[in-house]
Design a protein around this ligand. Structure first.
Ligand SMILES: [Zn+2]
Length: 325
């Protein structure tokens, strides 16, 4: 019964688009939930929402916290304001979404808190339910939260991964942005080859990082470094989908007079290293094809900067790479 109630709230949350930076609709919903039940309702300019419910006054107030945003990723992009999973199904007792993220992180935490707020149990302590915005990208919501809004001395965060496990500490994370001065000049080579890594499994930069999934950017740069040092120039490189997801794809453009040699070298790399990812990444492929000629290429020093950056970053991880011109 309890699960049913939690899932019925989760069902409602599934219908509300709530990618990070777009939490107004979910904040409206939470506000309405509180108002309809006579709870004290607060909302700030970041779309953080706090709902307070009186309880057994002999118990200390307990703060329950979840985040209202989700990582939105979809195979087919959705028009703005429609970022909701449209194919949700249950397989072997696990709810999943087809073609999009489900948003169980942290929709299920939000749903659990709503189910608790809906309880009539007189023994429950006073509860302060805190729903923070933009946890997945910037933590902006949590950082903007004023501590004076809360009286509780205990806080339970409902954003953990394993059912029945209480986490009492956690490691931090760091994001960095490198801006490299890049110079381009006209290419002297006649052809352009596109080298593309596609079909990686991807996944969350924290959770799935231990599962030996390939980082498409790493792999692409390895391919480039395996090529003969001369006879080509880098015309473009791009990879990754989000700053907190393992890249599923990356692409580079090379100018050369001998496209066949480049294609052969890429094929050799694949043959030589395929066994490294074959079992864990069955869909992953590396392809080299002739592309329409690019006129500008990175100057040698700039290309070297890009590769160097890769080596500096490889011990942590790079998840995103965009050209800066
Ligand atoms: Zn989360």
């Amino acid at each position: 019964m309890e699960n049913q109630r939690i899932l019925s709230y989760f069902d409602e949350i599934l219908k509300i688009p709530r990618p990070s930076y777009h939490e107004a609709a979910i904040a409206d919903y939470l506000e309405r939930f509180g108002t309809q039940r006579g709870l004290s309702v607060m909302r700030d300019s970041c779309n953080n929402v706090i709902l307070k419910k009186d309880g057994n006054l002999r118990s200390p107030t307990v703060v329950l916290q979840a985040h209202s945003d989700m990582v939105w990723a979809a195979e087919q992009p959705a028009p703005p304001g429609n970022e909701i999973p449209n194919k949700v199904y249950i397989e072997d007792g696990i709810m999943r979404a087809k073609g999009t993220t489900l948003g169980a992180d942290d929709g299920i935490g939000v749903a659990m808190i709503l189910a608790i707020l809906d309880e009539d149990d007189p023994d429950l302590p006073p509860i302060e339910a805190v729903f923070t915005a933009n946890e997945e990208e910037t933590m902006e919501g949590a950082m903007a939260l004023r501590p004076s809004c809360l009286d509780g001395t205990y806080l339970i965060n409902l954003d953990s991964e394993i059912e029945g496990v209480l986490t009492i500490g956690a490691a931090g994370g760091i994001s960095s942005e490198c801006v490299l001065p890049i110079c381009k000049s006209p290419s002297t080579f006649q052809h352009t080859v596109q080298i593309q890594v596609t079909g990686g499994k991807g996944g969350h930069s924290g959770l799935e990082i231990r599962e030996k999934r390939e980082n498409a950017i790493h792999l692409l740069v390895r391919v480039l470094r395996s090529l003969p040092r001369t006879g080509w120039e880098l015309a473009g490189i791009r990879g990754g989908e989000r700053s907190n997801a393992i890249p599923v794809g990356a692409v580079a453009h090379l100018n050369t007079d001998c496209p066949q040699d480049i294609r052969q070298a890429v094929a050799n790399f694949t043959t030589q290293h395929h066994s490294e990812w074959r079992d864990d990444e069955p869909e992953l492929t590396i392809r080299a094809e002739i592309a329409s000629r690019m006129e500008q290429v990175y100057e040698a020093e700039s290309a070297e900067q890009i590769f160097l950056q890769y080596f500096i970053c490889r011990t942590s991880n790079i998840f995103f790479m965009t050209p800066s011109w």
